[in-house]
Design a protein around this ligand. Structure first.
Ligand code: BDR
Ligand code: CA
Length: 311
């Protein structure tokens, strides 16, 4: 299996991504989960990460708290999407498993220095603050990262938090700039693909019908999330953004995209956090990311059904 670190701000869709990873030990080995401030403040995201591990019965997975604010800006949160707790849905018990003492950034640095070069993949599902802070503090770890597979950005689908920007990149554009300029191979799951990964009523009922706590939780999270997205986008269901990252690691053939140049807008008040993606290759700026544009939706949901039924 590929060794991965999940960097996350749970978040109902982050939660499904974490469950998908924990249910897929043949493909991915989760070395740790690093929480970052994003959808809700850090105190809640680190707690939610532990709630999810306990729901999965995987209390041995170490959870670390990282940065509580973006590099140069005040935190913007998304309770309007995820609810007050960040994980609104069926009530889940407070976690008993401990939070690790080590800071997430130190864990990232230490792990990348310890593991063989090119053997650890980073999976950011929230703002890129922890990853960029680790890169800035310890540049020696950058060439040791195998790959970064992240959810963030948008091109044809433009913004979901401002007209121009996707939430994860908008919250910490400076961090995104550091990551996109790092030279590490990057795979991006932008809104262009996640808005094609919409849940269906039948799938949500299938989850509920599993008759497990995980199934009920996933159904309730999706119902909660959906009340926002269907009203807003008029879509059939809710986009499961972050699970696209883990699904890509398990079965990259479900996705297709282009190797292109992606730059981050860090100054303009109007378009702050925009991922300026050279989809049509109209510049000679070198490609720095695989920007994914399409997904086999049925295959994606079959994979999720298959893996979530394992709990
Ligand atoms: C991203 O923002 C968060 O609200 C979701 O968890 C996802 O990571 C989508 O823009
Ligand atoms: Ca997220």
């Amino acid at each position: 299996p590929r060794k991965i670190i999940i960097d996350t701000d749970p978040g109902q869709d982050d939660a499904v991504a974490i469950l998908l990873a924990l249910a897929s030990p043949e493909e991915v080995q989760v070395l740790g989960i690093t929480a970052v401030a994003g959808n809700v403040p850090l105190a809640l995201t680190q707690k939610n990460a532990r709630v999810i591990c306990e729901l999965a019965g995987r209390t041995e997975v170490p959870v670390f708290a990282g940065c509580d604010a973006p590099i140069q800006r005040k935190l913007v949160t998304a309770e309007h999407v995820h609810g007050k707790t960040g994980l609104d849905g069926i009530p889940l018990p407070d976690p008993q498993m401990p939070l690790q003492d080590q800071h997430a950034v130190d864990f990232l640095i230490e792990t990348l220095r310890r593991e063989a070069p090119g053997s650890v993949t980073l999976c950011p599902l929230g703002p890129l603050t922890n990853i960029a802070t680790a890169f800035a503090r310890a540049p020696d770890i950058v060439p040791r990262v195998a790959e970064i597979v992240l959810m963030g950005g948008a091109y044809f689908e433009v913004g979901n938090i401002t007209p121009a920007a996707e939430f994860n990149i908008y919250v910490d554009p400076k961090a995104a700039e550091i990551v996109f300029k790092s030279g590490v191979p990057i795979v991006v799951m932008p809104l262009d693909v996640t808005h094609k990964a919409l849940t269906s009523r039948a799938w949500v009922e299938e989850m509920r019908g599993l008759g497990t706590r995980v199934g009920q939780a996933v159904a309730s999270w999706t119902d909660f999330f959906e009340r926002f997205d269907t009203a807003k986008y008029g879509s059939e269901g809710a986009p499961l953004h972050d699970p696209c990252v883990i699904a890509y690691l398990i079965d990259p053939g479900l996705f297709a995209g282009r190797h292109i140049n992606v730059e981050i807008e860090t100054r303009s008040a109007l378009t702050l956090g925009m991922t300026v993606a050279d989809w049509w290759r109209v510049t000679d700026r070198p490609a720095n990311a695989l920007f994914v544009g399409s997904v086999d939706r049925d295959g994606f949901y079959r994979l999720l059904s298959d893996r979530l039924a394992r709990f």
